[in-house]
Design a protein around this ligand. Structure first.
Ligand code: ADP
Ligand code: MG
Length: 696
């Protein structure tokens, strides 16, 4: 039965708390669970016992190696495999794994980006076990989730700041909740990442150097058909893709990843996978694992999975919606309550969220900045680069009434005592979705829709968590010490004031319209259109002070993030420009020379027997002119790319790519695409958009 099948594989490759409980001596388990759940320090004796149990379990599952699995600043995941073997005197091997090996590793990895924190002679970085994320087995390797830190203790990864931001948020949330008489054991974030991706035939993928090297097509004339018929979205899933999805579900379930929803997306060949939401850092880990599995498993089905934000021009790109909420011992704090007091608490939290986004809109924007995402944000397929908050039909009248001091009878219900508005029973807002909004309230969670499909979503969550922590801190600081009989009125006034101060960030209209861009400007909202414009926000002194105040990131770490993001941008664009030049010189020009030469031969042959062949002459003329244009465009592109590479700082390199090299790349593409339209199919060296996007 399916129930038994899924039930028996679910989490079978994870060293879960249940497995620990079963395999560890009772006192050891108890101590470890304090470490995991209450953040207590880890004792080496405990680590030794856990390591032993983990190894025995892993060996039973067929694992031969272990790895410290971590998330360097590049955003991908990293691993170096060590086998469990040790040599005995008699030449035989023993499988061993110590507490020390579990707790700390030292990847001799001088080539991970460190943004200058580590100089190469002191290239040491350490990986440190994160016992709050369970270990798992992947391809016969026991993977131990770790944080990656420098010799001097700075975070060199995406995970450490995320964990710190969760700590900061929990601490401030507890102060806020205490004022409402609540003293939860834990306050945790929940994240549900909806992952979009493309699947194409592996042979088409292999035949295109731009897809292989850059993950996206750099050339390709407009296909005869795009997504205009709206036939792909939620359409029947083709059998090959369905086979892939089934295997993916199974593999993810084994890893304890709660894969839930799968469907076809808007663009041809585009799909989505959404898991059930989980505790923040676990959800991020699992999203990274899911992306890895997608890429690997596609090849089992003769397919290639594209995770890049914009693999194809002319059709939608891919994003990742970051659904975010906060729960207090399992109670969702973003769920409006049934009584006025819960409603007051909800309104305080809502006001904090609105203020958090307004105060740190620039950081939210910067947290999703990448070369790939620049193709989407503001391109009428994803939210604009201007950050705003959408509250929906149910909530926005309540907020409006609060700000204006009018006593709204929201949805026909009376105002409750103490000026706490009665919130509509069903605030869940399933119909009125504003897809153009970057940050939308969707019933009992907020959805950040700006993330790129291939990005590690730690970065935006670090910003959201810390920004919300700051507002909770402000509320608690303002209200602590207020006499009990004044608390409600004062809290209400605080909500009003906060919403009034930050109302400019709330926008219910069409985020794609030009009018909004204008209005947002008038409201003083930032519009950081591109990555090079957005990244300097990371090292703005006010932003550094903000992160330092909550012990989430320090100056050196923010600098490292900034430099490493600039480098990612500049390096990727260098690769794209190089790939373009390579394809032009080695594929497109030879193909066009070949084809035009053959047509010219035909013209000459026909002339010999007195046939005019004027159309063919015209084709030869156009192709030859196209070859000339392409030839000069590629030289220009190479020269501009060299110029960009020669710029002295990463920021200047980025700026030069944005202002000069990207336009040169666009021009390069146009010259080639124009010729693709004329060239014989048998001559064209790579699969066309028509073939790639509409395979059968
Ligand atoms: P949509 O209609 O936007 O596609 P759903 O409502 O089905 O989305 O939810 C999408 C994602 O949001 C899923 O990953 C789901 O688990 C997650 N989600 C639902 N509720 C919450 C919550 N309270 N906190 C965080 N994520 C949530
Ligand atoms: Mg959604």
């Amino acid at each position: 039965m399916a129930q038994d099948r899924v039930g028996s594989i679910y989490g079978s490759l994870v060293f879960t708390e249940a497995v620990m409980q079963e395999r560890l001596p009772k006192p050891t388990y108890k101590e470890l669970s304090h470490v995991i759940n209450d953040g207590e320090p880890l004792d080496i004796d405990i680590a030794n016992e856990v390591a032993h149990a983990m190894k025995e379990w892993a060996l039973e599952k067929g694992a031969t190696h272990y790895t410290h699995w971590f998330q360097p600043l590049t955003g991908i995941t990293s691993e170096k495999h060590d086998s469990f073997i040790t040599l005995k005197d008699d030449g035989n091997v023993l499988m061993t794994f110590s507490g020390k090996e579990l707790v700390q590793g030292e990847p001799d990895a001088s080539s991970f980006p460190s943004g200058g924190i580590r100089s190469t002679f002191e290239a040491r970085g350490y990986t440190v076990w994160d016992p709050t994320s369970p270990a798992f087995i992947k391809d016969e390797v026991l993977c131990i989730p770790t944080a990656f830190i420098s010799y001097t203790g700075e975070a060199l990864d995406k995970k450490t700041p995320l964990l710190r931001s969760q700590v900061a948020l929990e601490k401030q949330a507890k102060r806020l909740l205490a004022l409402f008489g609540r003293h939860p054991k834990r306050v945790l974030t929940n994240i549900g990442p909806e992952q979009e991706y493309f699947l194409i035939r592996e042979e088409d993928f292999q035949a295109r150097p731009d897809l292989v090297l850059c993950g996206r097509t750099l050339f390709g004339c407009e296909p005869s058909k795009g997504q205009e018929l709206d036939e792909h979205y939620f359409g029947a899933i083709r059998p090959t893709v369905n086979e892939f999805m089934k295997e993916l579900d199974n593999e993810l379930w084994k890893l304890g990843i709660p894969a839930k929803t799968k469907h076809n997306e808007v663009a041809p060949c585009q799909h989505e996978l959404a898991p059930i939401y989980e505790q923040g850092s676990a959800a991020v880990d699992n999203n990274l694992l899911a992306m890895e599995k997608m890429k690997l498993l596609a090849s089992h089905h003769g397919l290639a999975c594209l995770l890049a934000e914009k693999p194809f021009a002319y059709v939608n790109g891919s994003g990742k919606h970051n659904n975010w909420s906060l729960s207090s011992d399992g109670y969702n704090l973003l769920e409006p309550g049934d009584d006025p007091e819960h409603n007051l608490q909800f309104l305080v939290i809502l006001a904090c969220l609105v203020a958090a986004v307004d105060e740190h809109a620039d950081l939210i924007r910067a947290s999703v900045a990448s070369a790939g995402n620049d193709h989407r944000l503001g391109a009428d397929e994803a939210p604009p680069a201007i950050v705003s908050v959408f509250l929906g039909d149910n909530l926005s009248p309540v907020v409006e009434a609060l700000v204006n001091g009018t006593h709204s009878k929201a949805h026909g219900r009376e105002l409750m005592d103490l000026g706490v508005p009665a919130l509509p029973d069903v605030i869940r807002d399933n119909t009125d979705r504003n897809r153009t909004s970057p940050f939308a309230f969707t019933g009992n969670k907020f959805e950040l829709r700006m993330c790129g499909s291939q990005q590690n979503i730690s970065d935006p969550n670090v910003v959201i968590n810390t920004a919300v922590a700051e507002q909770f801190d402000r509320f608690a600081t303002d209200l602590e010490g207020v006499p009990a009989d004044e608390f409600k009125a004062r809290a209400m006034a605080w909500v009003r004031e906060t919403l009034r101060d930050h109302q400019r960030i709330i926008f219910e209209g069409n985020g794609y319209s030009d009018d909004w861009e204008k209005e947002a400007g008038e409201r003083g909202l930032a519009n950081l259109r591109s990555t090079p414009e957005a990244l300097p926000v990371l090292i703005d002194p006010a932003n550094i002070a903000f992160f330092e105040k909550y012990a989430v990131l320090n100056t050196a770490e923010l600098n490292a993030q900034y430099i490493s993001k600039c480098e990612q941008y500049e390096k990727l664009l260098n690769i794209e420009a190089n790939t373009m030049a390579y394809m032009v010189r080695h594929l497109y020009l030879p193909a066009l020379i070949d084809y035009s030469g053959n047509v010219a031969t035909s013209v000459a042959t026909k002339a010999k027997i007195g046939i005019e062949a004027s159309a063919e002459k015209e084709i030869v003329r156009t192709l030859t002119a196209g070859i000339d244009t392409i030839y000069s465009a590629v030289s220009d592109l190479e020269a501009e790319n060299a110029e960009a590479q020669g710029k002295p700082t990463p920021q200047e390199q980025c700026n030069y790519y944005l202002s000069v090299v990207i336009p040169a790349m666009e021009h390069m593409r146009r010259t080639v695409d124009a010729m693709e339209r004329l060239c014989g199919n048998d001559y064209w060296p790579v699969p066309s958009y028509n073939e790639t996007l509409f395979y059968v």
